[in-house]
Design a binder for this molecule. Structure first.
Ligand code: SF4
Length: 298
């Protein structure tokens, strides 16, 4: 059995930056994080052992003043900053700069067009409803933006009104292109000028560029073990890509799941080339634990 870890997998720049901020701020005293700092339970547990306290929105409203709260890479809507200010809470803003820039673009679009009364605009976000980043993006439009996940949901759009399309940073480039093509074809069929449709590919290339390398990695192995958090949108996208090129791909969130998952497959592991990879929220140390577990139980 040959086991290797994909060198392109692991934390992206934004997540690394947020975790470094948490570790450095924990040296100075008590620190809360609004929501899981990363969609990976094991990494959250590691930081909680260092003292990080994960809180939710209800907790934010009842924290004592002068508490310190870190905002994770996904970013937050304006309402969060307002609540913190009202309660005298100190914000440590670890929003990824790429997400911050996207929030600013969406807010600028909303502010520019919100009073176009003759043809009220629609801001569309191609993203996962309820995802933390998407909630932060919707907040820039006073929650008027429509979130759609696929071309099947285009019936929620009023095509007689101008459309401004943006994407959550971790969605797939192919999915975004398919959406743009579909909207353009509806415009053509209805005879609506295409100038009423503005689209912005705001997918983070730190994720998009990984897809090709990951597919190559999955193809080069007999069996692929994808390690990712169950709540991670990026993990779902990348895992799907692995399965497409190598159906012998299994998804696990923890090294403890390896044995059970492998026992359902009819493989003689000792003869296989096994590749371990993960999402932008998967820590390298977790993939190393999976590798070590396999080496101990060939
Ligand atoms: S995937 Fe890109 S936008 Fe999202 S946190 Fe990572 S670097 Fe930032």
């Amino acid at each position: 059995m040959v086991v290797s870890i994909d060198t392109n997998s692991g934390f992206c720049f934004g997540v690394t930056r947020a975790i470094q901020a948490a570790e450095s701020e924990l040296q100075k005293g008590a620190l809360c994080c609004l929501g899981d700092i990363v969609h990976n339970g094991q990494e959250v547990a590691r930081l909680e052992l260092q003292g990080l306290q994960t809180i939710d929105y209800d907790d934010l409203r009842t924290l004592p003043s002068h508490s310190r709260v870190l905002l994770r890479a996904h970013g937050e809507p304006p309402a969060t900053y307002w609540i913190a200010q009202q309660r005298g809470i100190e914000i440590i803003d670890a929003t990824c700069p790429v997400v911050k820039k996207l929030q600013d673009r969406i807010r600028a679009c909303y502010e520019t067009h919100r009073n176009d009364e003759s043809l009220p605009p629609q801001i569309i976000i191609y993203g996962q409803p309820g995802h933390a980043e998407v909630i932060g993006l919707q907040g820039q439009t006073n929650n008027t933006a429509i979130v759609i996940e696929s071309v099947d949901q285009l019936d929620r759009i009023d095509f007689s009104r101008p459309i401004y399309l943006f994407s959550q940073t971790t969605k797939s480039v192919e999915g975004f292109r398919a959406l743009v093509e579909k909207i353009l074809s509806v415009y053509r069929n209805l005879g609506i000028p295409e100038s009423r449709f503005e689209y912005h590919d705001t997918i983070c290339r730190s994720v998009a560029n990984r897809v090709k390398e990951l597919r190559d990695f999955a193809r080069a192995n007999d069996l692929v073990i994808f390690v990712g958090g169950a709540k991670s949108s990026n993990a779902r996208v990348l895992y799907k890509n692995c399965v497409e090129v190598n159906p012998n791909t299994i998804f696990i969130s923890s090294p403890d799941e390896v044995e059970d998952k492998l026992s359902t497959l009819n493989f003689k592991l000792s003869t296989l080339k096994i590749g371990i990879c993960g999402a932008t929220s998967t820590p390298l140390w977790l993939m190393e634990q999976v590798r070590d577990k396999l080496s101990r139980n060939p």
